[in-house]
Design a protein around this ligand. Structure first.
Ligand SMILES: Nc1ncnc2c1ncn2[C@@H]1O[C@H](COP(=O)(O)OP(=O)(O)OP(=O)(O)O)[C@@H](O)[C@H]1O
Length: 230
């Protein structure tokens, strides 16, 4: 199947006084529908930079970012925002839920901001909460949910826009072992069920075997891309 994301010779440099820091150094990576790739590597190796470039939040210094066949580096800021909204779901480390809203409303507001109809969005929000195992918690506010449940709302919210690419940054950072494994298993399941291409930054190497492939970074370079044997 055709890749949803293709990074081609992508380089990202940050200014650092008179010098530059090369956060990404000629990186090539692709992600296909229905597959989940772990992105591993030591601190400062470029994982977050790769995710930000793939998310079109940062434009690379050189190279190409192909999203669903379109070169995002050739688009205007407005066109890039539309492509991002229609193609990408982003799951940050912290769920960043709004304290006064119920779980179902967190999903509805995301859809409202995208211009969707409230009635349709409620039905889809309830469906997605069911998918992530929160059917009985739709009316709960963040303080009435556990850390793992809040991360599940975060995942369901990212799926509201029917993304083709799911970019996930350290989803288990704030969770204990049992909840972390459950979250990674959930990400694998939704990747298959919704046929999204998922790229997940992780420090927890123990969950890598649950995913399809692992891309390892060091000093801005992709040093290995291996399929995970099952
Ligand atoms: N805004 C910035 N300005 C200057 N340098 C930056 C900036 N963001 C990141 N860097 C540098 O780019 C390199 C890659 O950083 P990046 O955050 O992408 O690595 P990482 O693998 O995600 O690290 P961590 O696991 O600690 O989050 C590092 O040398 C970092 O110091």
């Amino acid at each position: 199947m055709t890749a949803v994301l293709n990074l081609v010779n992508t380089t990202l440099e940050y200014p650092d006084g008179d010098a530059t820091v090369t956060a990404l150094d000629s990186v090539n990576l692709s992600a296909r529908p229905g597959t989940i790739t772990s992105l591993a590597g030591p601190s400062g190796s470029g994982k977050s930079s790769l995710l930000a470039v793939a998310a079109t939040l940062i434009r690379p210094t050189s190279g190409i970012v192909l999203l669903d066949g379109m070169d995002a580096t050739a688009l205007s800021a407005r066109e890039t925002a539309v492509l991002r909204r229609e193609t990408i779901g982003i799951i940050f480390q912290q769920p960043n839920l709004l304290a006064s809203l119920t779980a179902v409303e967190q999903l509805q507001i995301a859809e409202h901001l995208r211009g969707g109809s409230p009635k349709k969005s409620k039905a889809r929000a309830l469906e997605l909460l069911d998918v992530v195992g929160l059917a009985g918690s739709a009316g709960r506010r963040p303080h009435q949910l556990s850390g793992g449940q809040r991360q599940r709302v975060n995942i369901a919210r990212a799926l509201m826009g029917e993304p083709k690419l799911l970019l996930v940054d350290e989803p288990t950072a704030a969770l204990d072992h049992e909840r972390s494994e459950a979250i990674v298993r959930l990400l694998v399941r939704v990747t298959r069920e919704f046929k999204v291409a998922t790229v997940m930054v992780t420090h927890d190497t123990e969950y890598i075997p649950l995913t399809d492939a692992v891309a390892t970074m060091r000093d801005g370079r992709l040093t290995a891309l291996e399929q995970v044997a099952v």
